[in-house]
Design a protein around this ligand. Structure first.
Ligand SMILES: [Zn+2]
Ligand SMILES: [Zn+2]
Length: 289
């Protein structure tokens, strides 16, 4: 099913010329509960993993269950993206599949799960692993429910936290002026798309945090894994047209948190990659409110 984000209710670049030329395209993934297979792009679905390749395990010591989980915990799939679905991902030469796994056990002190990212050539995977390790009994915050994806390209502007203070002041004055009778807010409705997405601007929850690879190159936003697809304010703009009839006074869990994950307090995990390093190293940072 295709999902369609409503068009922007206000042309912010016309209103604030400083924003002209600043829009970027992001690919909203629109995860929704489903039954994806290893041949599909998915969130929390089965991976196309070679039967003869070791499954990634987290070896960290921060697993906060003292009852003897031991050092090793099988990681769980969080995202699988095929190039045919999202060619915008900067796949390293010779690869067409991006797989992201994380550790399902909360890590002290910040509860951010370590990630494992693999870029591979799906055409080389002839013997597919059918019995991936079952996730250990754990806090379910990091055990995603399988979701299918409905990628949609939308234009967005940068987070208010990335704007110069003078422009922010102008925007806030406009928000509370008679020129904005519908009560639109830049940060919630007119800037970054909320939810899990690929590329585009980062929907920062706190101050922007520049990322550098090990070679000192500035890294680019690769994708965002979000706990929530929207919040009580942003749902007015970012809930797809096909689902707006489901909105009401209470949040609908299937729309709000389709994969049923929780990063900190409704936080997001931002993945960055280096476009100068051919192997596309990935670093991540998470923020919550
Ligand atoms: Zn771990
Ligand atoms: Zn680099």
């Amino acid at each position: 099913m295709g999902l369609t984000t409503p068009v922007a209710p206000v042309d912010v670049a016309a209103l604030f010329p400083e924003l002209a030329g600043q829009s970027r395209t992001t690919v909203r993934l629109h995860p929704r509960r489903g039954a994806p297979t290893a041949a599909d792009s998915s969130m929390g679905g089965p991976l196309l993993w070679p039967a003869d390749e070791p499954w990634p395990h987290c070896e960290a010591r921060q697993h906060d269950d003292p009852s003897g989980l031991g050092g090793r915990v099988a990681m769980v799939p969080i995202l699988q993206i095929y190039q045919r679905d999202i060619p915008e991902l900067p796949f390293p030469t010779g690869t067409d599949l991006c797989q992201v796994l994380w550790c399902p056990v909360p890590h002290e002190p910040d509860y951010v799960p370590p990630l494992h990212v693999t870029w591979r050539d799906s055409r080389l995977v002839t013997d597919v692993l059918v019995d991936a390790p079952a996730p250990i009994e754990s806090d379910t915050d990091f055990l995603p429910s399988p979701c299918s994806l409905s990628p949609e390209r939308v234009e967005e502007y940068q987070s208010v936290w990335e704007l110069p203070a003078r422009l922010t002041k102008k925007i806030w004055e406009w928000e509370s002026s008679p020129d904005n009778p519908e009560g639109w807010e830049y940060q919630s409705h007119l800037s970054t798309a909320s939810g899990t997405k690929v590329g585009g601007w980062v929907d920062w929850i706190q101050d922007p945090y520049p990322m550098e690879c090990d070679h000192g190159h500035e890294m680019q936003h690769l994708l965002t894994i979000a706990s929530w697809e929207h919040d009580a304010g942003s749902c007015r703009r970012w809930t797809p047209l096909e689902e707006q009839h489901l909105l009401g006074p209470y949040q609908v869990p299937e729309l709000l948190e389709p994969a049923d994950i929780m990063i900190g307090d409704a936080g997001s995990m931002y993945l960055f990659t280096c476009l100068e390093c051919p192997d596309r190293p990935v670093e991540s940072i998470s923020q919550c409110s």
